[in-house]
Design a protein around this ligand. Structure first.
Ligand code: 3PG
Length: 202
């Protein structure tokens, strides 16, 4: 699925925190206007699920997923609202079982070779590498590429406009994620042009 989506979406994924529900749709429109279509709406605020539903209904060009999934219940709830993909900062046996049963694009979070092996064993070849910068960044991903050449990563955590290119240049990285694409100041000022400008520049 990721391959298919990446044919028509930039390989960047904003990690979105919705503080005010009425920002969800204009923010998604602003990102899509700049060619950023893979949107990870996190469950870090109470508005996450509702925002997924609203964006799905109002912005058909967006590919909307759920982020910060920390339980199988989170995943189930987000799928009910129409989330098309799901991302977790880590994984539990329950989440992996629930994601397998669903069968859709789920990125479990990993940080160590052992975790890469655990989720690969469970059938997940596409993984989130988190927190990327704090865990060794580009060098760490290069090292993981040796023994795990078949695994593709989406690094997130501490990545910004100056560094995302370095990650995308790695052959085991299929996309990068982060909050730099939807800065808090632009969101609270409802400065949608600023968000489109960042999306275009990315
Ligand atoms: C995530 O969950 O992917 C991160 O919290 C995003 O990290 P960032 O805010 O450093 O981009």
């Amino acid at each position: 699925m990721w391959d298919l989506w990446l044919e028509r979406a930039k390989p960047v994924m904003p990690v979105i925190v919705i503080d005010d529900l009425d920002t969800a749709v204009p923010m998604a429109q602003a990102l899509v206007a700049g060619g950023v279509r893979l949107l990870e709406v996190t469950l870090r605020t109470a508005h996450g699920l509702e925002a997924i539903k609203e964006i799905k209904n109002a912005v058909p060009e967006a590919i909307v997923g759920v982020g910060t999934v920390t339980s199988s219940k989170d995943l189930e709830n987000a799928l009910k609202e129409g989330a098309e993909f799901a991302v977790s900062p880590g994984f539990t046996r329950d989440i992996l079982a629930c994601a397998r049963e669903w069968g859709g694009p789920f990125l479990p979070g990993v940080l160590t070779p052992t975790e890469v092996m655990q989720v690969r064993d469970a059938g997940f070849m596409w993984q989130k590498f988190f927190p990327a910068a704090a865990a060794g960044g580009v060098d760490m991903l290069k090292s993981l590429g040796g023994p795990f050449a078949d695994v593709r990563f989406c690094p997130t955590g501490g990545i910004g406009p100056e560094t995302y290119h370095d990650y995308l240049a790695l052959k085991n990285v299929f996309a990068v994620g982060g909050s730099w694409l939807t800065p808090k100041e632009a969101m609270s000022a409802r400065n949608w042009q600023a968000i489109t400008t960042i999306a275009i520049a990315t």
